[in-house]
Structure formats: structure tokens, C-alpha cells
Ligand binder design. Structure first.
Ligand code: HAM
Length: 412
């Protein structure tokens, strides 16, 4: 039985094959995401992986809706695996926002599912770090969130030479579209063309733009000029005050594909342009209102960072640590008569917080020792009698004999 295309198997290191993924690397990434989010005062939340289909068809926009893993459940409900977290967050916030002081700062690490065409950096399932801030319209919130995005990537050892945040604004594009005589009904279509400029054949984009009354030359001039709006200027200054100015640039080529964005938008890319977007986000001031059926009106903004491109980038820059098994102590059982007291020792050391291994069944001493070495343990421990244990530090080769209740005091 093969796994489905675009889905992944995560194995412990060392990896048995090149087409499987590392569960250790995944854990490493999750841990950095969590600790950085917490440093910024974000709290963790989660929601269901399966949601009513409507939640995603309401306002995500055509592209993501075409990629849904949706079906009818046994109760005849139209449901879908979540392709993104933002609609779930909006639903959860709308339901209980009164219980939380504003601004609400929340993060999550959901597994998401999109039936995408498989390509480098894009799979049909990925984990995505989401950080969102709800209840604040001031661009200070945008700057705070972008600072978190930058610091999250820096936590992995990436620098301003490795990545850049391309900062843009849908407001700026809205003005451009309006002044160019665009019809508001087609605004989202126009945004979609801009979003795909870099990935579409020039003639094709040109034709579509011309049909809306825009020339590629005018678009290029607007992008090249890249004059920051007042809001963007504020964000640049705010980030400069933190010493983070080198990590951002104004780039109106970014506009984001999802329909719900309303203001500042941004994407993180590797500087060399080798990979797909590492992260993307922006303001979505109307989504909570829309999803709550006009009951709750809260401005919001956030970003999502996937694990796939991030891992590719960390690998390419040699920034992944070596993942070894993390057993501290191997308890040798050389005399089967001492197995019961050895089991007690194993149990006590584990209770004291050490990772402990031992032979489940009788085995020759040299085999046991070889296993301890393979596990790269720091110590072996062997019961000498019912009450004394011999502890050996494998690095220094020092050996001590201790009372069994005192064993943990002889370990680092
Ligand atoms: P998104 O741009 O669709 O935004 O996804 C954010 C990031 O998730 C991308 O930059 C990429 O790293 C990763 N990603 C997306 N699709 C895939 C895929 N098929 N395979 C691997 N990685 C992928 C959103 O999802 C927004 N909901 C983010 C957001 C949160 N906006 C506001 N709050």
C-alpha cells in the first residue's frame, strides 16, 4: 500500500530513505514556532480539522475553494478538511470574543489540506504556523506581527541575507485600480492577475489586464515606483526602531491570493529567489464580521508559515541541527536474578526525568553494551546487588557505586 501523492511519512532520524520526512526536524520546527510566539505574548489555540464546507467557500476566494478536500459526511453534511486556519480562527473569535481582552494574540500549528498540483515546496498536506492579532486597527499591530514573523525565522539562524519580507498594501492597489477606472465588481479578479504576474506568461497577463483597461506598462511603473503609503511608512519606521529594517522591503508585486485581505499584506521569501513563499499574511478587517453574520465586528491580521519551504531552506543553508536519539541512561541487566530490582531502577530514573532504556528480554552483556553505545547514552547503570548500582559515565569512563535510592544524584 502506497501513501497518497502529496502526503508525507515522518520517520525518526536517521532517515531510512530520501523520500520520507524527519519527525525530529518537524518537532524542532514546532518548538521554535511555539517559543517565539510565546515570547511575543501569543497564546495557543486549535480547532477541528474538519469544518462545514461553507466556512471556506464564504470568503477565501476561488483558488483555495478549487483545492478543497470536501465531501458529504454520513449525516449528509457538506464538510471539508481545513485548507487554512483563518476562517476557523474568525469563527472561534466571533463565538467567544467577549471572554478575551483585546487585542487577542493567538497562534496555532494546524495540519492543512489542499488538493494542489504537486510541485517543489507545495504538497497536499502541510503544517502551518499561524499567528493572528484581533481587535486592533493601528498599524502598530501590523508592525508587531511582522516583527514576530522576522524573529521566528531568525530563531532558526536565518539572517537578513537569507530572507526578506516583501511588504505591500491592498489599499494602494485599490487606489490604483480605482484611479485607473477599474470596475469594483472586478477588483478581486484584478488582484488575482497581479498575484500571479510572477508565475504567468507575460502575454497571458497582458491580455487579461488589457481586458480590464490596464496596461502592463502602467502596472510595472506602479510596482517599480513602490512609493510606500502612510501606513507602510509607519510600519517601516516601527521596524527600524527595533533594528529590523534590513529584513523588509516595499514590493507591490505582492498582493496575496486570498480574497479576504483588506489592507497591508506581506510575504516572506528567500533572498536568492530559489523557493516558493516561506510565509504570507496581512490584514483582514471584514472576515470576523462576515463569518459571524454581522454579529461581531473586529479588525484582524495574521500570517501563516508552512513547514515545507522552511525545511527546504534550512536544509539548503545548513541550519538544521543533527538529530540524535536522546536516551540518557542504559540499564544493563546481566544477572536475570536482578531483573526485578533493575526494573525498579529503570522506573525510578524515568520518574526522576531521565530517558532510560534496558533490554526487554535476556541478552548477552556485549550485545547490551553495543545497544547502549548505538543509543549514544551518557551513562550505563547496572545493579550490583539488590541495593547497590554501578553507574558508568561513558565519556569520562568514571565509575561509581551508589545506593540505589541515590542513583539519580550521580547523573548530570
Ligand atoms: P497562504 O499564503 O495560503 O496563507 O499560506 C501561507 C504559507 O503556507 C505559504 O507561504 C506556504 O509557506 C505555506 N503553504 C501554503 N500552501 C502550501 C502547500 N500546499 N504546501 C506546502 N506549504 C504550503 C494562508 O493560508 C493564510 N490563511 C495565512 C494567514 C493567517 N493570513 C492571516 N492569518
Amino acid at each position: 500500500m502506497e501513501r497518497l501523492p502529496g502526503f508525507r511519512d515522518f520517520y525518526p532520524e536517521p532517515l531510512p530513505h530520501t523520500d520520507v520526512w524527519s519527525c525530529d526536524a518537524r518537532q524542532y520546527i514546532f518548538e521554535k514556532w511555539r517559543t517565539t510566539a510565546k515570547r511575543y505574548g501569543f497564546r495557543e489555540y486549535d480547532g477541528p480539522p474538519l469544518e462545514p464546507l461553507d466556512l471556506f467557500t464564504t470568503k477565501s476566494g476561488g483558488e483555495i475553494v478549487g483545492q478543497l478536500y470536501n465531501f458529504k459526511d454520513k449525516g449528509d453534511r457538506e464538510v471539508s478538511l481545513r485548507p487554512e486556519m483563518t476562517p476557523t480562527l474568525a469563527r472561534m473569535v466571533a463565538a467567544h470574543e467577549r471572554n478575551y481582552k483585546k487585542p487577542i494574540k493567538w497562534f496555532a500549528i494546524p495540519q492543512l489540506f489542499r488538493y494542489e498540483r504537486q510541485q517543489k515546496g507545495r504538497l497536499r498536506e502541510h503544517f502551518q504556523f499561524n499567528a493572528d492579532l484581533v481587535g486592533e486597527t493601528d498599524p502598530a499591530a501590523d508592525a508587531e506581527l511582522i516583527a514576530l514573523l522576522i524573529d521566528t525565522l531568525r530563531a532558526f539562524g536565518l539572517t537578513a541575507e537569507d530572507f526578506v519580507i516583501r511588504l505591500s498594501s491592498r489599499n494602494a492597489w485599490q487606489d490604483f485600480f480605482k484611479h485607473g477606472g477599474g470596475d469594483t465588481a472586478h477588483e478581486y479578479n484584478f488582484f488575482q492577475i497581479i498575484d500571479k504576474l510572477e508565475r504567468t506568461a507575460p502575454e497571458e497577463s497582458e491580455k487579461k489586464l488589457a481586458a480590464m483597461g490596464f496596461s502592463r506598462a502602467a502596472i510595472n511603473a506602479f510596482i517599480e515606483q513602490g512609493e510606500p503609503t502612510a501606513e507602510l511608512k509607519y510600519i517601516l519606521n516601527n521596524l527600524a526602531a527595533r533594528g529590523l529594517r534590513d529584513f523588509v522591503k516595499i514590493d507591490y508585486q505582492v498582493i496575496r491570493g486570498l480574497a479576504y485581505y483588506t489592507g497591508v499584506v506581506f510575504e516572506a521569501f528567500d533572498r536568492k529567489g530559489e523557493f516558493r513563499a516561506i510565509a504570507g499574511g496581512g490584514r483582514y478587517d471584514n472576515l470576523v464580521k462576515l463569518i459571524s453574520g454581522d454579529k461581531v465586528n473586529l479588525p484582524a491580521l495574521g500570517f501563516g508559515m508552512g513547514d515545507v519551504v522552511l525545511l527546504e531552506l534550512l536544509k539548503a543553508r545548513g541550519l538544521l541541527p543533527k538529530f540524535d536519539a536522546t536516551t540518557d541512561v542504559f540499564v544493563l541487566v546481566e544477572d536475570e536474578a536482578l531483573r526485578p530490582v533493575s526494573l525498579k531502577l529503570v522506573h525510578d530514573l524515568r520518574a526522576a526525568g531521565y530517558a532510560v532504556e534496558y533490554p526487554l528480554t535476556p541478552a548477552k552483556p556485549d550485545k547490551q553494551f553495543k545497544r547502549a553505545q548505538d543509543l549514544k547514552v551518557a551513562y550505563t547503570a547496572r545493579m550490583d546487588s539488590d541495593s547497590y548500582v554501578r553507574i558508568r559515565n561513558l565519556k569520562t569512563r568514571e565509575e561509581v557505586v551508589a545506593g540505589v535510592s541515590d542513583a539519580a544524584n550521580h547523573l548530570d
